[in-house]
Design a protein. Structure first.
Length: 140
């Protein structure tokens, strides 16, 4: 009878460890998604400050693979604990949605960055051409 109790205890302990590992993996995936969400929101609100734009672009590029990391972590969690499958599906959809916004946001920030380097006004940077004569540049 003692052996049966030992086996039962061992099964119970392994079951609890499995639940803990699965939950921990899912929590890690959730943290990655939340971090990406915060990064996207911050990048969307960055002003027309060249260092801030450059930093935002760099940060977004660094986080382009977060979706893959989340998907792998979710797969690991659901392998460990199949009851997390529904939560994992929701989290994967969320990270795909966030991921879809990264490249367009990077493109938008790059356009804003380039526009900071351009002089303002249609004739900015043009010289010469006084008195009706054409200068050396065509602003059109």
């Amino acid at each position: 009878m003692k052996e049966v109790y030992e086996i039962s205890d061992e099964v119970r302990i392994k079951t609890e460890l499995r639940k803990l590992r699965g939950t921990e993996a899912m929590n890690n995936a959730t943290k990655i998604a939340e971090n990406l969400d915060a990064i996207l929101r911050a990048a969307q609100q960055v002003g027309n400050n060249k260092p801030a734009l450059e930093s935002s672009i760099e940060t977004l590029v660094q986080h382009k693979n977060d979706r893959i990391s989340v998907e792998k972590t979710v797969a690991n969690a659901t392998d460990i604990l199949p009851s997390l499958a529904n939560q994992g599906k929701i989290l994967n959809e969320r990270i795909k949605s966030l991921d879809a916004n990264i490249d367009p946001l990077i493109a938008t920030l790059r356009v804003r960055l380039v526009s900071l380097d351009k002089p303002s006004g249609p004739f900015a940077g043009c010289s010469g051409g006084g008195g009706g004569k054409a200068g050396h540049c065509n602003p059109y």
